[in-house]
Design a protein around this ligand. Structure first.
Ligand code: AMP
Length: 281
């Protein structure tokens, strides 16, 4: 595996691959890698000639400086894991490579309601930061395919909108959420859970699964209230639990109003904020 820290040397390297007609699969991450990230790399490995992974803890998507500070960083372990799954190129830029000094160039994209609801409501500025870093990384790597996880469903919808509205020449691929044996969605933040909250956290997926089973039998609002109660009773602090249209991310009032529905939630497990979702139909 080759490691690049500078945009210019990475670009030179990738240019020769592209010129030889080889295609490139790309998975952007913030590091502290786990099996969820590796599933993206494995799928990219199976579908492309060259696989590029980036590790960049993007400061512009953290609305809370303490959260950025506490974000886990395990570069040596990450490199070893990437080697094992056959990743070809690792891009680990310092912040100044991605955000050169001088006035910032904002990304002017209207996301409509997509960045106003759920995570957008509770983490102001978060998606502007995500879209801006993904756009910069796409401009640098110029991949044929971009791999992202269902785990961050709203993020996926935002990036899909960006790709469509700017006609970016990349195919976006959603990879299923990888879970621990007890159902907890893998996340870099899980290492910060205390043993007591680690025990409670699998309730998130149990609740999501129950909602899926009951889909269609009760109105969405009844299922959301029930889910909020269940999570609270389990000793967690849900920030939201929403059943939304899978494309517009607007709250659903009736099941027959849409062909695609997703239940999304954000939950505090002690001091750690976890998100998860399940596709209902
Ligand atoms: P992150 O490092 O948290 O920014 O995540 C990088 C990419 O990995 C994003 O596309 C995430 O959606 C994806 N990802 C994170 N956790 C999981 C998981 N448990 N299963 C599948 N994909 C994941």
């Amino acid at each position: 595996m080759l490691l690049f820290k500078k945009v210019s040397t990475l670009r030179n390297h990738l240019e020769s691959y592209r010129a030889a007609g080889r295609n490139i699969g790309f998975a952007p991450t913030m590091g502290a890698l786990h099996e969820g990230h590796l599933s993206l790399i494995r799928q990219a490995r199976a579908e492309n000639d060259l696989v590029v992974c980036s590790i960049f803890v993007n400061p512009t998507q953290f609305n809370d400086p303490a959260d950025l500070e506490k974000y886990p960083r395990t570069p040596d372990k990450d490199k070893a894991m990437l080697e094992k799954v056959g990743n070809d190129v690792l891009f680990m830029p310092p912040a100044a490579e991605i955000y050169p000094p001088g006035p910032a160039t904002p990304l002017a994209i209207d996301f409509g309601q997509l960045d106003k609801v759920m995570e957008g409501k509770f983490r102001p500025g978060h998606f502007a930061g995500v879209a801006s870093v993904v756009k910069r990384l796409l401009d640098i790597v110029e991949p044929d395919r971009l791999y992202m996880g269902q785990k961050d469903y709203q993020q996926f919808a935002i990036i899909q909108h960006m790709i469509r509205s700017l006609h970016l020449p990349v195919q976006l691929i959603m990879c299923p959420t990888v879970r621990e044996a007890d159902g907890l969605a893998m996340s870099s933040r899980n290492v910060r859970l205390t043993p007591a909250f680690r025990k409670r956290a699998p309730q998130i997926y149990r609740t999501l699964s129950t909602v899926k089973q009951l889909t269609g039998d009760f109105p969405p609002s009844v299922l959301s209230s029930r889910a909020l109660n269940e999570l609270t009773t389990a000793g967690l602090r849900p920030e939201y639990f929403e059943i939304v249209d899978g494309a517009t991310l607007q709250s659903l009032s009736q099941w027959d109003k849409t062909t695609s529905a997703v239940a999304c939630t954000a939950v505090w497990a002690g001091e750690v904020r976890l998100i998860d979702n399940i596709i209902l139909k």
